[in-house]
Design a protein around this ligand. Sequence first.
Ligand SMILES: Cc1ncc(COP(=O)(O)O)c(C=O)c1O
Length: 388
Amino acid sequence: MSFAEIKRIEDDFQVETYKKMPMSVERGEGAWVWTSEGEKYLDLYGGHAVCATGHSHPHVVKAIQEQAANVLFYSNLVYSEIRAKAAEKLVSVAPAGLTKAFFCNSGTEANENAMRMARMATGREEIVTFTGGFHGRTADSISGTFLGKYREIGRPNVPGHVPAVFGDIESVRAVADKETAAIMLEPIQSMAGVIEAEPTFFRQLRELCDELGIILIFDEVQTGIGRTGNWFFAGSDLADGVEPDIITLAKSLGSGVPVGACLVNDKVSRGIKVNDLGTTFGGGMLAMAAVLATLEAIESDDMIANAKSTEEFLRDSLAGHSSVRSVKGKGCLIGIEFDGSSAPVHSKLLDHKVITGTSSDPNVLRLLPPLCVNKHEIGILLSGLNSR
Ligand SMILES: Cc1ncc(COP(=O)(O)O)c(C=O)c1O
């Protein structure tokens, strides 16, 4: 089918949600995608922050194909070797205190369950989140999303959500108390424009949570699975070594097969009994094959080190660039702040066949490339930026 035909049919039969780029993606490999018209694009947005291992990584594809031929699905009502291996592998790369996984299907579902677990562990209801954080579009997650219009879209909101200021411990102290079940945050606020906090902020949050008996949740839907140049933001130097009680994951976790997860410590898992939590599809075999293969591919291809060196290369290359005000973020989660609106840069790059992302900050262009992106590919971005 031609692009015009595909577009017409999709526009006719699909509810309009996202503002789409004018292309139909038919094939992907590494950091590249090919359109229905045979054009080749460099994807520095990683399929919406999802394709950490690159598009259609051969190891992931093989694992999914083999799993599909064996059995596509059975729920948590039965045991499964592939689920056992995926859970064991995920816990093995997590910070030491996070010892068990709960599998679900998306980032928002992971956050909903994380908040529920915190309420179960504490017997309290209130949740503190942060202005600028994004946690998803289902009722509880969107009620904790104090960013732009999102909370409004989710009305009526779930009660008991209170915002604090990201990076400001005094603002957290002002709203957190012994009624607070959880403090939940994106350790780097990606959609808000790749906003970072000092490592000491995470240490202060941990101390406050310990003092008041609050569960600390890191929403690592974007920062997890190697994205920042560490398996997780949690436990890394970026967080001053701090481990939360729960980490939530999705996006990169299955290389594009929908899957989410909560990683929890013993304090949290002890409070959960049979039937407290559940989801039909969470832990299904196809998704588990994708998770295991994703983690193996990241490890065997040394993608975490590559994410780190990609950041260094980008920072060095953009230093002194006439229209770049700052470079934010870590690893393969990068925000390039321009002197003015980033929208013309985004479209110019698209004309040069380079896909990038925008953010809620009009001046910040977001890059979430596959963790296997190489210097030559970053060079293509740089020449696109420098072109007229
Ligand atoms: C930090 C963060 N949390 C949660 C979500 C929600 O994830 P999902 O769209 O898989 O529900 C997103 C999605 O963009 C996200 O960026």
